[in-house]
Design a protein around this ligand. Structure first.
Ligand SMILES: Cc1cc2nc3c(=O)[nH]c(=O)nc-3n(C[C@H](O)[C@H](O)[C@H](O)COP(=O)(O)O)c2cc1C
Length: 507
């Protein structure tokens, strides 16, 4: 039965929970909608930049172990600053183009991250100072043209970020995702940006840096600095890299001058479609994270108490290790799953890759974690009964929830995408949305979906390294998913990732 709150498909939603259910897919009720390829959204912006600096395309340099990166192992040589060639590497690995195709007169790009509908609505801006070979200022990272476009000389005197020499802002353009997903697009903007933030985080770590993902900044300040039109594009995440240990004379240097906002992008008026509901949900999440006390029950997702049966996970080092750079540059979504038995070790590595995000995060970057319930459906996986499990605590064990089979019904729930039924593993990103909002306020929803995107990016990379297929799934009938998994009325499945053996990869 439809719940009342689900019917409020307008801009009057007053919470993220209402937004979520207002944008639920309901079988036979998805409004017909033809895609207007005459106005296909461009995955980049255009600036009359002050200066354009081409990125340096380096050779592939294998060597970093993917699982070591996930585990937070320090590289042999730890840097605290970055030169321009390394910055170029970071940007290519984070969001670079790996393939280009042309159809209907439109250029389509594959990138190092997946994106719902392949629309790539996220953008990256860079604020840099004291970097050798790069003038201090704010840059738009034009990842299609492969350049840094200077849009402000000097200027990122934003108070508390004074100690950062390098900062990246990830934004999302509403229309680029709404072109296909309409009001549901905010979910995809958040998941997409999570994938991108994690790629950026790993790329910086691979250079020996220690980035910090900040999701609790003042949106308006960042929007004003970057001269964003908030009806169209909004900041979603901010990634800082601590300044190199500066000498006393550097510490005394005056902060760069900050006079006025960045250049404005050259607008493409043909894309001025407005989605009040997207504006509204972003507006609600602008309030900084509130942290009210919560108990474990408010984070619970199940409508029943499963028996207490646990399977401990034996994370071990892999030999030979998985190569990070090859994984990130060859990542694609693969859906041609076939029913071969999945080796236990590979299944455990996939689980470790996802749950490794729980570990070693500073507390203020992990506020949504208690609410992110990571489920997994196994089918034909060595050493595990088929069925539904939930990863417990920090990821060291699985709680068995129910026996399978779940794959066929999940495929039906995911808008009848049949290939999902053939994947060995289906990861389930679930949360008690009411408990989350009560504890963190509406911005908690942003944190939650971005964390899920970050974990999912780790799964994609590990699957690629293990020669397995992997594909994100955002299209689902929300209420049917809740019923299938027997979730309580406050909880939802909001993303899934399928992984497993695919045809043509040696199984
Ligand atoms: C948030 C998100 C949701 C997605 N949902 C689906 C989906 O429901 N079905 C599907 O076939 N692919 C889905 N994808 C995969 C995209 O279609 C894919 O990433 C995109 O077409 C680009 O192709 P590539 O990943 O091979 O580079 C999703 C990806 C993301 C990041």
């Amino acid at each position: 039965m439809l719940r009342k709150k689900r019917l409020r498909m307008n801009n009057r939603v007053s919470s993220s929970v209402e937004y979520h259910w207002a944008t639920a897919h309901v079988r036979n009720r998805i409004r017909p909608h033809s895609l207007d390829f005459g106005h296909y959204p461009k995955p980049f912006k255009t600036y009359g930049a002050l200066k354009r600096i081409p990125l340096i395309k380096g050779e592939i340099s294998p060597g970093r172990d993917l699982m070591g990166l996930f585990r937070g192992e320090e590289p042999a040589e730890s840097e605290q600053s970055l030169g321009f060639p390394a910055l170029s590497r970071v940007l290519y690995r984070s969001y670079g183009v790996t393939r280009e195709e042309k159809a209907r007169g439109i250029r389509f790009f594959s990138r190092t991250v997946p994106s719902a509908g392949g629309l790539y609505p996220c953008q990256i801006y860079l604020m840099s100072r004291h970097m050798e070979g790069l003038e201090t200022g704010v840059y738009y990272c034009h990842m299609i043209q492969e350049s840094l476009d200077l849009i402000h000389r000097d200027g990122f005197s934003l108070g508390r970020d004074q100690t950062f020499d390098l900062s990246f802002v990830v934004t999302g353009i509403f229309f680029n995702s709404a072109w296909k997903y309409r009001e549901r697009a905010f979910r995809y903007l958040l998941l997409d940006s999570g994938h991108l933030v994690e790629n950026l985080n790993l790329a910086l770590r691979a250079e020996g840096l220690s980035p910090r993902v900040d999701d609790d900044f003042e949106d308006d300040r960042i929007s004003a600095l970057l001269a964003l039109d908030q009806d169209k594009e909004v900041p979603l995440a901010w990634v800082h890299v601590n300044g190199k240990a500066s000498g006393p004379e550097e510490k005394c240097q005056p902060a760069p001058d900050f006079s006025g906002p960045c250049l404005k992008a050259i607008e493409d008026e043909s894309v001025a479609v407005s989605y009040p509901l997207l504006r509204r949900i972003h507006e609600l999440g602008k309030a900084r994270v509130g942290t009210r006390a919560h108990d474990a029950e408010s984070a619970g997702v199940l409508a029943f108490e499963p028996e207490d049966r646990r399977v401990s996970l034996d994370f071990e080092a892999l030999n030979p290790p998985l190569d990070y750079e090859r994984a990130v540059l060859s990542r694609r979504s693969k859906r041609n799953f076939f029913p071969a038995r999945l080796d236990r070790k590979k299944a455990v590595l996939l689980l470790e890759s996802a749950s490794s995000l729980y570990k070693g995060q500073p507390e203020d970057s992990a506020r949504a974690f208690p609410f992110l319930a990571l489920g997994v459906l196994f089918q034909n996986v060595e050493g595990f009964d088929d069925g539904f499990y939930i990863v417990s605590g920090e990821g060291g064990s699985l709680r068995f929830i129910r026996e399978g089979p779940f794959h066929e019904p999940l495929a039906r729930v995911c808008l009848d995408q049949q290939w999902i039924s053939r994947a060995a593993v289906n990861f389930l990103f679930m949360a008690n949305l009411t408990g989350l909002e009560n504890a963190l306020g509406p911005r908690g929803y942003r944190l939650l979906l971005m964390d899920a995107g970050r974990m999912a990016q780790r799964i994609y990379l590990a699957a690629t390294g293990l020669s397995l297929g992997c594909c994100g799934v955002g299209a689902l009938y929300d209420e049917e998913a809740r019923t299938l998994l027997d979730l309580n009325p406050d909880s939802a499945l909001f993303y899934a990732v399928s992984a497993g053996p695919v045809k043509g990869s040696g199984f």
